[in-house]
Design a protein around this ligand. Structure first.
Ligand SMILES: [Zn+2]
Length: 279
């Protein structure tokens, strides 16, 4: 077996990752990152054991519940309909793939790993090629994408990105269903216009709503927007920094440097660069 001694950090970590898998290694490398599991991936495995559309619907109801009450209700229904389905779900680390348990500082409530799947399909053609060609093609694709996104960010109007602006406009349409009642300068009780039993407390200073959409996503929900409009405030000013035009531009402000063709690459003297021994 060949043993590479030139890189004392990378090599032991690589062997550790291969032998243990990614799960125990990532918290060591990224101690401040919240580790979530893909609910779609877990669902696929869960449905190999648990059959039936009503149970599957309850799975997603529990996964997408923002509040403790909604999560507990969904789990209670699941337990009543099928104790086995409930046990199989509890055995799968619900605190890592159900929204109710998510930390709020990440400003996203995504439950599925769509980003990685989209990236994988985006590089599908390149993935079929030999490793060096594959890496070079992916690098060029990413290089072009950085330029496209930078151009888009430059054209962005307003203080938030276009997707967030569109979401806020959707919520603005829904505020006619809500009646904000002021309790204090930054505190409102927002009541449904046709259902007096349905109301949420909104704290503008803490950027929180009892429905927890604002807490989890960093984007004011329709209840918060109803309160903000009552106070003559602009909802865009209450969106998390991560969705601002400033952050959008900063994310794509750098570029991937262009690289010469292989004919111009520096020749590596393997004997000098690596201390390779035979075992
Ligand atoms: Zn809300």
């Amino acid at each position: 077996m060949k043993k590479c001694r030139h890189n004392s950090y990378f090599t032991p970590n690589l062997f550790k990752i291969i032998s243990q898998g990614l799960v125990p290694v990532i918290p060591q490398l990224l101690p401040k990152a919240e580790h979530r599991l893909c609910a779609r991936h877990i669902f696929t495995n869960w449905t190999k054991i648990i059959k039936g559309a009503p149970l599957h619907k309850l799975y997603w109801k529990a996964v997408k519940a923002n509040t403790k009450v909604d999560f507990k209700d969904a789990m209670k229904d699941l337990k009543q309909q099928s104790p086995k389905a409930y046990e199989e779900m509890c055995a799968r680390n619900v605190n890592k793939f159900c929204r109710f348990f998510y930390k709020t500082w990440a400003s996203t409530d995504v439950t599925c790993n769509n980003m990685a799947k989209t990236f994988n399909s985006w590089i599908l053609e390149a993935r079929e090629k030999p490793i060096l060609t594959m890496l070079e093609e992916i690098r060029r694709q990413v290089m072009s994408r950085m330029v496209d996104k930078k151009t888009q960010a430059g054209k962005c109007m307003g203080i938030v990105s276009p997707r967030i602006r569109s979401k806020l406009n959707d919520f603005r349409q829904a505020i006619r269903n809500w009646r904000p009642i002021e309790a204090n300068t930054d505190a409102y009780e927002v009541q449904h216009t046709h259902n007096s039993n349905l109301s949420y407390t909104v704290r503008l200073d803490q950027r929180k709503c009892a429905c927890r959409y604002w807490d989890l996503n960093g984007i004011p929900c329709e209840h918060a927007i109803a309160a903000l409009c009552a106070k003559n405030e602009t909802p865009e000013n209450y969106v998390a920094f991560w969705y601002s035009k400033e952050c959008y531009e900063a994310a794509y402000s750098s570029c991937m440097e262009p690289v010469n063709g292989q004919a111009l690459w520096k020749k590596v003297d393997e004997a000098q660069s690596y201390q390779v021994t035979q075992e």
